[in-house]
Design a binder for this molecule. Structure first.
Ligand SMILES: Cc1cc2nc3c(=O)[nH]c(=O)nc-3n(C[C@H](O)[C@H](O)[C@H](O)COP(=O)(O)O)c2cc1C
Length: 157
């Protein structure tokens, strides 16, 4: 069994919805166990026992939200069992395959969690304006992404 924890930050709920869909996709893959939590509510100690960590944040001023940055700083102080990490994010700007805030999130993770391998360039989900909602056609990408990373994680196990 591969245990995955999906941590998200959100202001308006869009990144939470994306996280839920990613989890839905992962759960379609046998041998994957998932948990999910909001970084402002979840006990960080929860992270230590998982095989992989997924981190998702909204784009705030071209970078991942400050709350997510702080959460990663806290993660960096734990003795994590996880070997792999995946990032995703939501953004409202010009359509891009990988939004710049997700790229920065990936770089942040590589720098601050050097014992973990970033196994994907990440997923970017576009929203309509600052409060959303998620642009049509973007949500199914989350489920596909979840399925894909779950299969990748299983192969690495
Ligand atoms: C303070 C603030 C700054 C933002 N800056 C950007 C930005 O630079 N580029 C962008 O594409 N979206 C930007 N956005 C839009 C957010 O990406 C959008 O609100 C977010 O993806 C919605 O996700 P959430 O519902 O999970 O909070 C910004 C939003 C806020 C609140």
């Amino acid at each position: 069994m591969v245990k995955v924890f999906v941590f998200y930050d959100t202001k308006y709920g869009n990144t939470k919805l994306a996280a839920e869909k990613i989890v839905e996709g992962m759960r379609e893959v046998e041998g994957i166990e998932t948990d999910m939590g909001y970084v402002k509510e979840i006990g960080i100690g929860n992270a230590a026992d998982y095989d992989a960590i997924v981190l998702g944040a909204p784009n705030h001023m071209g970078r991942p939200s400050r709350t997510m940055k702080k959460f990663i700083d806290r993660l960096a102080k734990l003795d994590l069992k996880a070997k792999n990490v995946v990032v995703f994010g939501t953004y409202a700007g010009k359509e891009r395959l990988v939004d710049r805030a997700v790229k920065k999130l990936g770089k942040m993770v590589e720098k601050k969690l050097p014992n973990l391998t970033l196994i994907s360039p990440g997923l970017s989900i576009r929203v309509n304006g600052i409060p959303g909602p998620i642009v049509e056609g973007e949500l199914p990408k989350c489920k596909d992404f979840g399925r894909r990373i779950a299969n990748q994680l299983k192969q690495k196990q």
